[in-house]
Write a new protein. Structure first.
Length: 280
């Protein structure tokens, strides 16, 4: 019975999405298509688990995950504050601000750009599992070490994007500013920083995903008895896979909201850029 319901739900959801895709594009259609697909996928997941009798140790049903989330709101909130607010968000702000300030200095002195950016590309390629244990030993087991991991992860992508953005203006634009007797700082504030905004926001959006990943993974290498990474690792050992999936859902929602907030800010600040035109 559950298998049949799952097949019918998939067929119905697919047919509805195909019909919506043929309609005139608009905000309602753009929101309805992923919403219908997501609901259909969750129902098929539920039907498959129940129909095939899959053990909750291997894959819990969405209903079981939802029930666990409803019964563990206190734990999930504590883990959210520890990992997302204290670890990821603080490291994100510190790392991005430091990268932005460094980019201004690097742009001012060309020898720093030639010397620092190759080092930055090398550090950005280092695996987090190699960096995290060292920083945990340096900064302790609380959120400060997770913030330090996040700083390392977001600093160089943000730096590279900002430096490239500051170099995006054309020679004609810079010559025009010089004809107005504009100095370096005036040109930076009036021309180069506004032109660099798409690059800066590209770095900020990339850093949102890196920050959350870094904070969670760092908790696998040592943390107090709270945090998403800690809860996931201990719950796997206890075979409490419903709580593991509950933490994953919270992390996914937090990451999506974080990215979406930065994207909305980009839309407000860099509305003039071609990438923002025509978006509903």
């Amino acid at each position: 019975m559950w298998i049949l319901l799952g097949i019918l739900a998939w067929a119905g959801g697919s047919a509805l999405n195909v019909w919506l895709a043929r309609q005139a594009p608009g905000r309602t259609t753009a929101l309805a298509v992923p919403l219908i697909f997501g609901v259909t996928l969750i129902f098929v997941w539920e039907a498959a688990v129940r129909g095939f009798g899959i053990s909750p140790v291997l894959l819990p049903a969405p209903s079981a995950i939802a029930a666990r989330m409803a019964g563990s709101t206190g734990v999930l909130w504590e883990d959210f504050v520890q990992t997302v607010i204290k670890g990821a968000l603080s490291g994100y702000v510190i790392g991005c601000l430091a990268a932005f300030g460094t980019a201004i200095v690097v742009d001012r002195f060309d020898f720093l750009r030639r010397g620092l950016l190759p080092v930055g590309n090398f550090v950005a390629a280092l695996p987090i599992i190699g960096i995290a244990p060292i920083l945990v030993m340096w900064f302790g087991f609380d959120w400060q070490s997770k913030a330090a991991v996040v700083v390392v992860m977001v600093f160089f992508p943000m730096l590279v994007n900002t430096v490239e953005g500051l170099r995006d203006t054309s020679a004609m634009q810079r010559d025009l500013m010089r004809t107005y007797a504009a100095g370096y700082w005036t040109t930076l504030l009036k021309l180069r920083l506004p032109a660099a905004m798409p690059f800066i926001f590209n770095g900020l959006k990339l850093a949102t995903t890196l920050a959350l990943i870094g904070a969670i993974v760092a908790e696998f290498f040592g943390s107090p008895i709270r945090g998403m990474g800690f809860r996931i690792s201990t719950s796997v050992g206890l075979l409490a896979l419903d709580l593991v999936w509950a933490e994953i859902v919270v992390a996914a929602v937090a990451g999506s909201a974080f990215y979406g907030g930065v994207a909305l800010l980009e839309k407000a600040v860099a509305f003039w850029h071609p990438s923002q035109r025509g978006q509903g």
